[in-house]
Design a binder for this molecule. Sequence first.
Ligand code: MLT
Length: 267
Amino acid sequence: MMKSVDVGGQRLAVEDRGSGPPVLLVHGFPLDHGMWDAQIEALARHYRVIAPDLRGFGQSAPLPAGCTAVTMACFADDLGALLAGLGVEGPVAVCGLSMGGYIALEFWRRHRWRVGKLILCDTRAAPDAPEALAARFQNAARALAEGTAFLADTLLPRLVVPATLQANAAITGRLREWIAAASPHTVAAALRGMACRSDARPWLGAIDCPGLVLAGQHDAISPPDEMQAMAAQMPKARFATIPEAGHMAPMENPQAVNAALLSFLAG
Ligand code: MLT
C-alpha cells in the first residue's frame, strides 16, 4: 500500500507492504520504487517491504526550487527519518541498487545501528573517474535546458543487456517512461549529488553485518569484478552474479534476484 511520510518537511511516497522483519529497498537513478515490483511481490510474502520513492523522484514531492544538489547523505538521512516515521524500530535489511547502493553505503555510515543486513546490487564503492564526473555535470545542465528524454538513449544501452534492449519492450518501455517522467530539477540535483559522493572503499572493511553483493553478469556500469572485490573487503559479505542480466538485474532476471534475496534474508 502506498503511504506518504513527511521527512523533515519533504513528503516521501513509499510502498509499505507485507509483515515480518523489515526490508528497505532503495531504487536507482533516475527511477522510482517501481523498479522493485518483482521483489516487492516476492518478499512481501515473508517480510515487511518498505520501498520509497527517493526525495524528488516518482510520486514523492518535488524538490524545493532552490535545491541544486541532493547528496547521498541527504537521501540516507531521509531513509532514517522515513523508518522512524513508519514506526519501524530496530535494525532492518537494507538493499540498494546503483545510486541506491551509494545511498545504502552512506546510510550504513550515518545510521549504522539501523543496518542489520546490507545488500548491494549493481553498485560501486569507488567515486567517479574524472570523465564520468564531467559527464555528470554536463548531463545535469542538459537536463535543465532540454528535459530528461535524451537520457533514455544514452542510458538504456548501458542499463540492460542487448537481449533485453532488443526483445523486452515491457522493461525498456518502463525504463523509458521513468526517465522521461523524471523531473529535470531532480535529475540535475541527483547527478550533482552522485558526483560529490564519498569514496566508500575505506570503510568497506568495517561493514561487519551480513552482506550480499549482487552483480548482473553483464553489468556495464558497475563491473562485476569490481563488485566482487568490494564484497571481498566486507568481512561478512558474499558475492553472487545474476545470469542474463546487466545493470538492471532485479528487472531483467527477477527470479534469480528474488531467489538470492530470499536465501540471504532467511540465512
Ligand atoms: C543508477 O542506476 O542509479 C546509476 O547508473 C548510478 C550512476 O549513474 O552512477
